[in-house]
Structure formats: structure tokens, C-alpha cells
Design a protein around this ligand. Structure first.
Ligand SMILES: Nc1ncnc2c1ncn2[C@@H]1O[C@H](COP(=O)(O)OP(=O)(O)O)[C@@H](O)[C@H]1O
Ligand SMILES: [Mg+2]
Length: 268
């Protein structure tokens, strides 16, 4: 699914300043984009506009080359789903099967097909064995995986992950990141909103937001290399890259070490 935003501005209150300021960018079908920026830079506002919780005040949104308007908004945005920071805000039922079924009912899926879809979605995130369990009995990482399964059951073409790993322990974070990588390989369009620079390094492209403006939109490695933009935006370079650059600058001569570090960076 391709998404294009043109000259988009947004503010919450009429008398306050714009939270998003004349933003334009394109996300190509199957691309994995990270949106990074410090707290309050407008990342969540932007994602809410993409899924339609908020409507832009000025500017246009195109989904698969069609201009989104009041009449087609619901249908076009049906294929974009969001996984939130806190999975607990997403559960509505007392066990995983009913919870996922609830979402499918909203989409008017035939009840006879539901069990298969639910099982397939839970398998995808290695949670099938918990199908009868309550979200309360699960760890944070398991809850987030269950929330992702509920999203996958609705078969979205684009998935936005808004700080979806930030509340998880390292294991939970790795599990979710591996699921994102797999979904990307399968051809889903992925938008990850993150504070985690190592996580952002995995994506194809990074958009840096600073006070509601796009200050950089480039390949992941080029953005990570731009220490000035990162510093101005209150962000830090990933540790491996910092180490690599520092060693290079100091003319460190052990090529083996430099090569190994570079492989670590580029394999993300
Ligand atoms: N519901 C709201 N009403 C008014 N202002 C808001 C609301 N939500 C967010 N904001 C403001 O909009 C700006 C951008 O917020 P947000 O999109 O949540 O940023 P981020 O996700 O990058 O931290 C912030 O200044 C924030 O205070
Ligand atoms: Mg946010």
C-alpha cells in the first residue's frame, strides 16, 4: 500500500500553534519507514491522522494514489492498522480468542471462518497455545504479541507500530522486532514510530520529526550518520555506529574489528 502526504498541517486547538507543519512525504508499497523524534515532536499525531482518528486541518492524504475524502476515508483506511505502546488499551475480552473475534465481528467476517483466522494470527506471533488465556495472565511481551495477532487477523496492508516495544523487556522487544521484520519480508508496509535508534536502523528509510517539521527523510544509514540533525533533534546515534565512527576518526587500524562492526550495523 502506498501512502502520500502533501503539505499537511494540524493543530489541536484553533488558537494554538500547528503541531504538524506543512509535512510532505511518500511511503511506497512494502516499504519499512521509521519516524523518529523526541517527545512532543508530533509522531503520534501523524500516525493518528494516517489511521483516521484525527483529520488534517490542511493538506492532502493519498492512499494507493487515491485522494482520501469523507466518502472513501473509511474504506481506504480500513487497510491501515495501528499497534499502540500499551497493549492493555487494546484488549476488550477476557480471553484471546474472544478478543480477536471481536475485531473480526466489526469487520463482518463470517463466524465460520473466525476460528481459522484467529489460530493463524496467534501462530504467527507464537501465541497459539495461549488462545484460551486471559490477557491478564500474560507477560508484557506476550500481551503485545497478542495485540499484534488481533491486528493481523484484520489483514491490514499497512501496520503502524507506535512505540510498540518501549514498554517491553529486552526479550519482549526482540520478539516484537522479529515479528515486524517478518511482516516486512512478507510485503506489508510498515511504519515504526520509535525512540530506539537500533530499532530504527532496521528500517529502509527514516523520517526525522522535530517540532512538527520533517528535518530529514533519507535511508536509515544516512540519517544515522547525520550527527548534526540527530543532535539538533535530541536523538542519539546507535552505539555500534557511534563506536564505528569514533574508531574511524581516530584512525583505528584493525580492519577486522571495523569490518565486524560495519557488518553488525548493516545487517540490522
Ligand atoms: N489531545 C491533544 N490535545 C492537545 N494537544 C495535544 C494532544 N495530543 C498531543 N498534543 C500536543 O501535540 C504535540 C505533539 O504530540 P504527539 O503527537 O503526541 O508527539 P510525540 O508522539 O512525538 O511525542 C505535543 O506538543 C503535545 O503536547
Ligand atoms: Mg507519541
Amino acid at each position: 500500500m502506498s501512502i502520500e502526504i502533501k503539505n499537511l498541517s494540524f493543530k489541536y486547538n484553533n488558537d494554538s500553534e500547528d503541531v504538524l507543519k506543512n509535512i510532505s512525504f511518500t511511503i511506497n508499497d512494502g516499504e519499512w519507514i521509521s519516524i523518529i523524534g523526541h517527545n512532543g515532536s508530533g509522531k503520534s499525531t501523524l500516525s493518528k491522522i494516517l489511521i483516521g482518528i484525527l483529520e488534517p486541518k490542511r493538506g492532502c492524504l493519498y492512499i494507493d494514489n487515491t485522494l482520501v475524502d469523507n466518502d472513501n476515508s473509511y474504506d481506504l483506511r480500513k487497510s491501515i492498522a495501528m499497534v499502540f505502546q500499551n497493549p492493555d488499551n487494546q484488549f476488550v475480552a477476557s480471553n484471546l480468542e474472544d478478543d480477536i473475534a471481536f475485531g473480526l465481528e466489526n469487520l463482518e467476517v463470517d463466524p465460520r471462518d473466525m476460528r481459522e483466522i484467529i489460530e493463524r494470527s496467534l501462530s504467527k506471533v507464537s501465541m497459539l497455545e495461549y488462545i484460551d488465556r486471559s490477557p491478564e495472565d500474560l507477560s508484557g511481551g506476550q500481551r503485545q504479541r497478542a495485540a499484534i495477532a488481533a491486528t493481523l487477523a484484520c489483514n491490514p496492508k499497512t501496520i503502524i507500530f507506535d512505540e510498540s516495544t518501549s514498554m517491553l523487556d529486552p526479550q519482549g522487544r526482540d520478539d516484537v522486532l522479529n515479528i515486524i521484520k517478518e511482516l516486512h519480508k512478507e510485503g506489508k508496509t510498515i511504519i515504526t514510530i520509535t525512540h530506539d535508534m537500533e530499532e530504527a536502523l532496521n528500517s529502509d528509510r527514516i523520517i526525522v520529526l522535530n517540532s512538527g517539521k520533517i528535518v530529514k527523510d533519507d535511508s536509515a544509514i544516512n540519517v544515522m550518520n547525520d550527527s548534526e540533525v540527530l543532535k539538533d533533534s535530541g536523538l542519539e546515534m546507535p552505539t555500534e555506529l557511534y563506536l564505528y565512527k569514533t574508531l574511524k576518526e581516530k584512525n583505528y587500524e584493525n580492519e577486522e574489528v571495523l569490518k565486524a562492526l560495519w557488518q553488525l550495523i548493516s545487517s540490522k
